[in-house]
Design a protein around this ligand. Structure first.
Ligand code: CTP
Ligand code: MG
Length: 254
């Protein structure tokens, strides 16, 4: 059984606001992309690494590069295609370059969970939710579509904060329910899949790929069995400048 790693690094990093692509932003003297490549090189079980890259960035030594797609899961699909043919039983590790601090132990734990449990289609890493999570709807009169979170700093965000909503000044939403935190997990990467089901899950129209915030959801849509492998909060995702500052502190204190 071969194991393949796909690193998705093709995002623009808009929320980080860096000058170049987020994958080239440095953390502790190494680019985010380099952190993830080094991580996968440290996992003996992995025999091949494919990286989805932003335009103009070349593949690091020891990896195969492919240009990423418009959405994250499209980049995953392109990387999987670029890996060439494989066996449906092969294991595929999908990892975001935006999570440079994932450990080799965590990758091995997810690979091991699939290798040991033949009834599983995927094993995804996740941390228990520690915040209380509530579901809210926009206040009456707000024009924002329900469901989606506003992007910080956007007009929709100002509106959600009540700044442009005369009916509820200073109010972002009204609580509909409080979720049972004990059953909730904040999902991370690495996520490990059996190749056969991942290929089928990714073989969907671009609109569906664009809707996916992780690849496990695409497998869930097919009725796949997805297991959770517990992870810690130190595998943080670099989304905003605050995340990068936190990661710098973690790296400096390690
Ligand atoms: N990604 C990708 N291809 C895309 C979009 C995202 O390969 N079309 C990758 C990113 O490079 C990142 C991971 O998916 O490693 C998670 O995405 P995210 O953290 O959202 O990164 P960006 O899309 O770069 O950031 P932003 O959404 O703020 O622009
Ligand atoms: Mg993104």
């Amino acid at each position: 059984m071969a194991s393949l790693a796909l690193i998705v690094a093709a995002g623009r990093g808009e929320r980080l606001g860096s000058e170049g692509p987020k994958a080239l932003v440095e953390l502790g003297g190494r680019s985010l992309l380099r952190w993830s490549v080094d991580l996968m090189l440290a996992v003996e079980e992995i025999d091949r690494i494919v990286v989805a890259l932003p335009p103009g960035v070349s593949a690091p030594a020891g990896t195969t590069g492919v240009q990423g797609g418009a959405a994250r899961s499209e980049s995953v699909a392109r990387a999987l295609q670029a890996s060439g043919p494989g066996d449906p039983g092969d294991l595929v590790v999908v990892h975001d370059a935006a999570r440079p601090l994932a450990s080799a132990e965590l990758v091995r734990a997810a690979l091991g969970a699939l290798a040991r449990n033949s009834d599983l289609d995927a094993a995804i890493t996740a941390a228990p939710v520690t915040d209380t999570i509530k579901r809210a709807e926009p206040p009456a009169g707000a024009a924002r579509a329900g469901g989606a979170h506003p992007q910080a700093g956007s007009e929709a965000d100002q509106q959600a904060r009540g700044e442009a909503d005369p009916q509820a000044p200073g109010v972002a939403g009204v609580v509909v329910e409080t979720l049972d935190r004990s059953a909730l997990w904040a999902v991370q990467t690495p996520q490990v899949f059996r190749r056969g089901i991942l290929e089928r899950a990714l073989d969907v129209p671009g609109e569906v790929l664009a809707q996916a915030t992780d690849d496990a959801w695409l497998v869930e849509r097919l009725g796949g069995r997805v297991a959770i492998v517990p992870a810690g909060g130190e595998n943080l995702k670099i989304t905003t400048p605050l995340d990068l500052s936190l990661a710098e502190l973690l790296v400096a204190s390690a």
